[in-house]
Ligand binder design. Structure first.
Ligand code: SF4
Length: 108
């Protein structure tokens, strides 16, 4: 199964199978890097709300480094639109302590 199938199709509100994005969002790229570094990732959706520490970590280590942060992401602008699938998956990984904020900071 590709990352597009396991992450974008399953988690992302914005996913459109027919649309080929030239530029992957920061969430997708970070999940790719976590897998390359050997993190064992479950792609089951938990559906649980994130605590404030997770939200802060996602903003700092994910969204602020995402190419869509400044202009294209409505979630980043006003938090009224849903976040991308990568945000949701990485939030779950933080909540379950599969990854830490330091892991995310160390992802360049
Ligand atoms: S929620 Fe928006 S800014 Fe944050 S990683 Fe996803 S696309 Fe990028």
């Amino acid at each position: 199964m590709t990352l597009e199938q396991s992450l974008c199709r399953r988690f992302c509100f914005y996913y459109k199978p027919s649309k080929r994005e030239e530029l992957a969002c920061g969430g997708y790229r970070m999940v790719e890097r976590l897998i390359r570094r050997g993190k064992k990732i479950s792609f089951e959706r938990s559906g649980k709300a994130f605590g404030p520490e997770t939200v802060d970590a996602l903003e700092e280590a994910l969204c602020r480094r995402c190419p869509f942060f400044a202009y294209d992401c409505d979630f980043a602008v006003n938090k009224e639109a849903p976040p991308c699938g990568g945000y949701l998956l990485i939030g779950q990984l933080l909540e379950s302590r599969t990854v830490s904020l330091d892991d995310l900071r160390d992802m360049d």
